[in-house]
Design a protein around this ligand. Structure first.
Ligand code: M3P
Ligand code: FE
Length: 308
């Protein structure tokens, strides 16, 4: 894997910092790794090495500020700056240190209205285990709450998703793992894109408005952990959207719920291994229920319409 490695960071807006800290820190169990700015929180999952992957900023409306992919190295960053510029995209430079622990970044606007960044360097805090003779689990208390392994993928909404697909496939070299299309006119309703062996690193869903946030997804180790997460959601009255089910798309076992500001979160486990030579799997809307929630083959209105 070279080029883009993964979604290394997503920045969301929240109404209240204390509520957000309780939800993402105590309940989901992410690790708060940096403080120093009164209105911003920084978190990471247990098995992430980089300093943080989730940034939460106090604001008057929920939603997404930006997302950032980590790229392989500095030369990769320079390569994509040229490719983006040649494509006609205006690329801004963000100096090292503007974001804590972070090297320089490129920032640009996607046709979907989302702000995307690329960076090659972020300081590492580690995963709670040494790198020499690491063992297999960190000290007691490090894996907690919903026992999140890492930030895995994003689903974003916009009225323009096909132009994003062009950029992710033609410039960034992503594969299209799956698509959901209208059975009436073949309109693309959702596009799932992979730069790795995950069934998706990012996906875009057709919505009336640009720059919308559908969910950020956190990887769990097992279906046991998924049920444990569901038990926590019940115990603490977390606003659930979809209780345990399995996507047809990606085959991940999933739960959706909302943070106190209304941003949707997913915890999931499983799914298949994607290779760049996989054929693109296509679902059409005659099978919308099976594509989205395959235990009961029933589409959910809230899942398709509630975004921040
Ligand atoms: C996921 C996932 C849709 C399915 C979304 C799937 C929008 O987010 O994690 O597999 O149909
Ligand atoms: Fe997801």
């Amino acid at each position: 894997m070279r080029g883009l490695l993964r979604v290394g960071e997503v920045a969301l807006r929240v109404f209240d910092i204390d509520e957000a800290r309780e939800h993402y820190g105590k309940r989901i169990g992410l690790i708060e790794t940096y403080s120093g700015e009164p209105d911003t929180l920084y978190f990471k999952g247990a098995d992430e090495h980089d300093w943080y992957s989730l940034v939460l900023r106090r604001a008057d409306a929920p939603g997404i500020d930006y997302f950032a992919f980590k790229v392989y190295d500095d030369a990769t960053l320079d390569h994509f700056e040229k490719e983006l510029t040649d494509w006609g995209i205006t690329v801004e430079h963000v100096e090292a240190g503007v974001y804590p622990k972070s090297g320089r970044r490129l920032q640009f606007l996607l046709p979907s209205g989302h702000t995307m960044q690329l960076y090659a360097h972020k300081e590492q805090i580690g995963n709670g285990m040494p790198t020499r003779n690491p063992g297999t689990i960190p000290d007691e208390g490090y894996i907690r709450g919903m026992r999140v392994v890492r930030l895995d993928h994003l689903l974003l909404g916009s009225n323009e998703i096909v132009a994003n697909k062009e950029i992710f496939t033609k410039i960034f070299g992503f594969g299209v793992s799956e698509e959901l299309i209208s059975h009436e006119d073949e309109t693309k309703l959702a596009i799932f894109l992979s730069c790795s062996t995950k069934p998706h690193d990012i996906a875009f869903v057709l919505q009336p408005e640009p720059n919308r946030f559908h969910h950020c997804s956190f990887l769990l180790d097992s279906v046991n952990d998924l049920y444990h997460a569901a038990d926590l959601i019940g115990k603490y009255d977390i606003a659930v959207d979809i209780s345990p089910n399995r996507h047809g798309v990606t085959r991940g076992a999933t739960i959706y719920f909302f943070d106190p500001s209304g941003n949707r979160n997913e915890v999931f486990t499983g799914g298949y291994v994607y290779y760049p030579d996989n054929p693109t799997l296509v679902w059409d809307t005659t099978q919308l229920g099976r594509a989205t929630f395959s235990h009961d083959n029933t589409p959910r209105e809230s899942f398709l319409s509630v975004l921040t």
